[in-house]
Design a protein around this ligand. Sequence first.
Ligand code: CA
Length: 502
Amino acid sequence: MIRLIQIDPRDNVAIVTENAPKGTKLENLVLLQDIPQGHKVALMKLQKGAKVIRYGVILGFLLEDVEAGSWINEKMLELPELPPLDSLSYAQGDKVVLPKPVMTTFEGFDNGPEAYAGTRNLLAITTTVQCVSGVVDQLVSQIRSKLLPKYPNVDEVVAINHAYGCGVAINAPDAVIPIRSIRNIMRNPNFGGEIMVVGLGCEKLTVDMLLPPEEINEENVLMLQDYPGYASMMEALLTMAETKLQALNKRKRVTLPLSKLCIGMQCGGSDAFSGITANPSAGYASDLLVSGGATVMFSEVTEIRDGVHLLALRCVDKEARDKLVSEIAWYDAYLAKGEVDRSANPTPGNKKGGLSNIVEKAMGSIVKSGRAPIVEVLGPGERPTKKGLIFAATPASDIVCGPSQLASGITLQVFMTGRGTPYGLAEAPVIKVSSRNDMQKQWNDLIDFNAGGIATGEESVEEAGARLFNLILEVASGRKKPYAEEFKLNNFLCFFNPAPIT
Ligand code: CA
């Protein structure tokens, strides 16, 4: 059945869920032309110069008069000007009343009064350099077989292996990004404050760049070059790991307020329905979480770039706005250095799918942040100082955004997809949300949550969002494992390194 989907009550256009022939009656509209799937139809008579509003924002200005029921395509819109980065208004977002969640607690691993709680209880072994990763992989497998069965409260052991650490310009200005990402990922709430670092001994990334002096000791740090051979280093590593496991095993899930929960949102392999189904339901779930006191991070600079002025309006203060501007300006310069065309205009495929212009494309991505005000903006891998909705500036690349958000402290990630990806993280559970019913049918044992019912009228954005909110709390509380966690589909940690390799 063909349906009309209006995203925001302020919208004067809606999209059709299937190819809709001229004459089709949809609610109180009669279509005046054939309208392709995912494309916009005018909900009222609009005159030349009128604002076309979708997602509650101005997509553009009409170049001609249209009647209710007319197709509005990319050729009929004049783009609103993208405000320059140096004059963005802030703290002027609409006064939004966020929906109230039915539940405001979850069962997590407490990390003390100020810290976020874990959703999992993991032993993390951080490496300073790729050279040690082979040894650490063997260590992890020995811990799993020999030690882990003795410590039933510990969920898993994970190696923080990465490609950084040596052969890099360690003092280059942009090296702060990978260094702080590795330093901060060790503090992820899922690791319970237990520090275990394995280094080689001659690498550029030295332990003092990762730990404060009081934590650099034999209990936390082991350098392989200090040991006479493999057997001896492995024995010492297992001894160190066992001490950490004993401490972690004392942790038990307790009922905690949502203010102790910090999660991330990401999308990848998006399609025309992502901005209609999966992302809006994630946005509604995000609003419920934020309204209940939780912290939600969203990211992916290149996918919000063209809606940056709208995010600035939602920044609660000048500090957040200024940080947003500096992070975006840094990213613009980073892309320009690589002579990359940001290519903000939608692709022909996007236009075919109904995305008329760059604003509409960005809004489909931004909508996953819901409507809450933005309390803080973080650089890649930085840790938050505030609770609520946070923009954590990271690349849009799935496998780079994931580790960045982990370094910023997320303990669970919600991942929206239209085309499908088996993406997962060893360090935090990942809930996979599909944008279409067909996607879920195809990947029944990889997709945890299907938002496609919004397009077919089986449920509303609010219903799907509330259902997703419940699933997030089920997974956060350890009552449910997403498929990627169940099958251990763990992506390599690719930390963002914009600095030179030497
Ligand atoms: Ca992504």
